[in-house]
Design a protein around this ligand. Sequence first.
Ligand SMILES: Cc1cc2nc3c(=O)[nH]c(=O)nc-3n(C[C@H](O)[C@H](O)[C@H](O)COP(=O)(O)OP(=O)(O)OC[C@H]3O[C@@H](n4cnc5c(N)ncnc54)[C@H](O)[C@@H]3O)c2cc1C
Length: 420
Amino acid sequence: MSDERTFVIVGASLAGAKAVETLRADGFTGRIILVGEETERPYERPPLSKGYLLGKDPRDKAYVHDVQWYSSNDVDLVLGVQATAIDPSAHTVTLDGVEPVHYDRLLLATGSRVRRLDVPGSDNLGIRYLRTITESDTLLRDLREGAQVLVVGAGWIGLEVTAAARTHGAAVTVVEVDTLPLRRVLGDEVAGVYAELHRAHDVDFRFSTGVQEFGGMGGRLTHAVLSDGSEVPADIAVVGVGIRPATELAESAGLDVSNGVITDAGLRTSDPDIFACGDVASSFNPLFRRHIRVEHWANALNGGKAAGKAMLGQDVSYDRVPYFYSDQYDHGMEYSGYVEPEGYDSVVFRGDPSIVDGKAPEFVAFWVDRDGRVLAGMNANVWDVNEPIQQLVRAGCAGEAVDPARLGDPDVPLQDLLPE
Ligand SMILES: Cc1cc2nc3c(=O)[nH]c(=O)nc-3n(C[C@H](O)[C@H](O)[C@H](O)COP(=O)(O)OP(=O)(O)OC[C@H]3O[C@@H](n4cnc5c(N)ncnc54)[C@H](O)[C@@H]3O)c2cc1C
């Protein structure tokens, strides 16, 4: 018997594409409409500040599926079109303010939008943001030998762009309101490693200050004035001051929204026929026993798959340990777990995090609470340990403590620290 239902997915990026893939893989034969406001088919964003921006990887490598995949899987891919309204009682979603389209089930995979700087001169043409592949195309042309690049915000995007810019031979100044890069995510202990890593690549950090004004001539950027009164010359400025979840559709539809679209562990929103996943969703994570919104690639990948299953009525309990990765110069890392800013008591290092002769160190760091529970772990240039780190975080969530001395001892295999 044919399935007459229509499932609409808003947001044609990684989460949306993975949901669609799962719907077909799990046997859904009804109509699928995947709507995206960008004109590109779904692609992954991590390469935009790494392999692609470094000029190492081809553009094609970023796409989630090849171009034929959508027609071969009978997916109506509607690109360059924005979903502008949802009517939950009529079960319709309006595209580009025109015709309402009927849905039986709807998935919101609308992701995040960049926060923009609003200071005098911030409309200068030399100011860049990095969220889309087109923005990465532009930046790839900008990052050249001798260019003067100002990076505003020492978060993951800012630091990865910094590494790419230095690798291309551009001079980089990084402006950050905090006292260290990534301090809110990693804490002082590990954030210091990133400051040293970039300094070893001749990056000029300006901490505890922000951009007060951009200056230009003839439409071109020439400099920025910082809040400490200093002036930094710049041909381009790349702003990476965070993102916000794209909740506007959900809000106007009256769904529960609080720092993201609220869902239960089955990724269902406050409306039973509407689901949310990826960056935009604040989902109840049974492991942490609270709602968490995760702005990372693995959550889009796994959350998209889980949402596809949930839309089909399968029993889903989305309890992944949050995971992300970053690559900067010769330093690669994976981080697993969830710690609020300053929400830990100590950091236990396994290996030496110092930078010697400019070479990225090899170490594992664990964020631990006062009871010895592992809250998160990060392996830097140490590989094949992510699985036991995730298991240690799961054990920590279940209340299991570890001995910090053994945790920090590289001679004790991580597996030996796991509960029986
Ligand atoms: C440059 C960069 C590098 C990154 N590197 C890493 C990394 O190394 N590791 C890591 O873990 N994470 C990384 N991330 C984060 C990761 O890419 C995101 O977590 C992931 O893209 C989230 O996927 P998503 O599908 O939920 O949302 P998004 O990728 O934000 O996609 C949402 C899509 O929905 C569209 N949309 C929104 N509203 C509407 C609407 N009303 N109608 C139609 N379309 C709409 C948007 O235009 C967008 O295309 C990086 C992000 C960026 C930008």
